[in-house]
Design a protein. Structure first.
Length: 70
């Protein structure tokens, strides 16, 4: 998983879908819908089309409301 990719956790959906915002060795910093967390790359999977649509809409709303790079 590289920076900018949309991902989801392999074992739980409590975080919601997310976007990789940083890569540190085997760790990935992910901006999830409800959290920002550092997660092992092995615990992430590619987001489905539906999950990608959710995170894209959420990020778009945040940019419109607050500006900046989400």
């Amino acid at each position: 998983m590289e920076e900018g990719e949309f991902v989801a956790h392999t074992e739980t959906d409590v975080y919601g879908p997310g976007k990789v915002i940083g890569v540190e060795g085997e760790q990935r910093r992910v901006r999830f819908v409800h959290f920002v967390a550092t997660i092992k790359a092995a615990d992430l999977r590619q987001a489905s089309e539906a999950e990608t649509a959710i995170i894209e809409a959420w990020l778009r709303m945040k940019r419109e409301r607050y500006g900046g790079n989400w």
